[in-house]
Design a binder for this molecule. Structure first.
Ligand SMILES: Cc1cc2nc3c(=O)[nH]c(=O)nc-3n(C[C@H](O)[C@H](O)[C@H](O)COP(=O)(O)OP(=O)(O)OC[C@H]3O[C@@H](n4cnc5c(N)ncnc54)[C@H](O)[C@@H]3O)c2cc1C
Length: 302
């Protein structure tokens, strides 16, 4: 008979690791799977996390894993391929084909980002090309900030970036869908607009230096922000029949419960703000809720 874990956690980013810590400290038998691709791995520094502001994201994960060593947590560094639920048991199969059982399941598998299709952008991503001003706005303060958004998609972010710099230019990359009201609003708020098509971005050591237009013009820029599309990093939520919001994140209740018994979702994969500290907090909430559910199930009643 195969042993059954109290909880299997899929995903070892901040959400999964913090859940593991709470559950380990609750003396639960935990198995955590991780495929080692946290969303912010492109970045050199993780910002906005009190006491860890500016820490390297890889160091943050390594320290977290080190701290888990004293608890009863088994970690397998492989992706999970499939997960199913039947009659109170989750059955999880790793990519190597091994099968594991648990009473509860936590998905902390995160999201992945779609970058704008511009030559050279990938080399600069996470260093001087960003999507989140709360993560990287401070480091880009007072620079010549470019905002990338086709059609009318960049208006909100361009206006928001004025918070961090007086020098903001919205690039619509060859699209001309801004109407007169948009242009007036951007102009009144001191946002410059460039509708010419972009050929490539150029920089060195991760730092953006120029945006080169198809017309040959080269414009000096110190940072670029975009608001791009995201997708679930794993399809396990879909496999299990989770409910999703229109934005592609999994619907959860107050303590991270999903719509399937015993299933919890924490971090970026679930709705709510996408920050490391929020992901970790959601992991902690899910950990407490899972432990309380197990306590209720196991309590001997008169
Ligand atoms: C470039 C960039 C910079 C950022 N900078 C900041 C910042 O400075 N400050 C901040 O607060 N936020 C920042 N963020 C946001 C931050 O990365 C996320 O909010 C945070 O990582 C979410 O944590 P998570 O645990 O939900 O997911 P993740 O950190 O993405 O971790 C998910 C984990 O699950 C694993 N996984 C996925 N599928 C499977 C599977 N099937 N089997 C096993 N494992 C699986 C992945 O490999 C990964 O390790 C940044 C994001 C990006 C893209």
């Amino acid at each position: 008979m195969k042993e059954t874990y109290d909880v299997i956690i899929i995903g070892g980013g901040p959400a999964g690791l913090n859940a593991a810590m709470i559950l380990g400290r609750s003396r639960r038998k935990v198995l955590l799977f991780d495929s080692g691709e946290p969303r912010n791995r492109w970045s050199r520094s993780m910002n906005g996390f009190l006491s860890s502001d500016g820490v390297n994201p890889g160091d943050f994960i390594r320290k977290g894993r080190e701290e888990l060593k004293k608890y009863n947590i088994q970690i397998i560094d492989h992706p999970v391929g499939t997960a199913t639920y039947s009659k109170g048991t989750y059955v999880v199969e790793s990519s190597e084909g091994h099968v594991y059982h648990s009473r509860k399941l936590l998905l902390a598998t995160g999201l992945k980002d779609k970058l704008p299709e511009v030559e050279g952008i990938e080399e600069l991503y996470g260093q001087s090309v960003h999507h989140c001003p709360y993560c990287d706005g401070w480091e880009s303060r007072d620079k010549a900030i470019a905002v990338y958004g086709k059609d009318r998609n960049g208006i909100g972010q361009a206006l928001a970036m004025k918070n961090w710099s007086d020098d903001v230019t919205l690039y619509t990359d060859g699209t001309r869908k801004l109407n007169n009201k948009d242009i007036e609003l951007l102009d009144l708020n001191g946002v410059k607009v460039c509708t010419d098509a972009i050929a490539r971005v150029e920089g060195s050591d991760g730092m953006l230096e120029h945006i080169v237009l198809r017309n040959g013009q080269s414009r000096p820029q110190g940072a670029l922000f975009f608001s791009g599309e995201t997708r679930q990093q794993s399809d396990i939520g879909e496999q299990l029949g989770c409910e999703f919001t229109g934005k592609g994140v999994i619907k959860t209740r107050r303590l991270q419960q999903a719509n399937i018994p015993g299933l919890y979702v924490a971090g970026d994969a679930a709705r709510d703000m996408q920050l490391v500290i929020v992901a970790a907090a959601e992991g902690a909430k899910a950990g407490v809720a899972i432990n309380m559910e197990l306590q209720q199930e196991d309590r001997v009643k008169p």
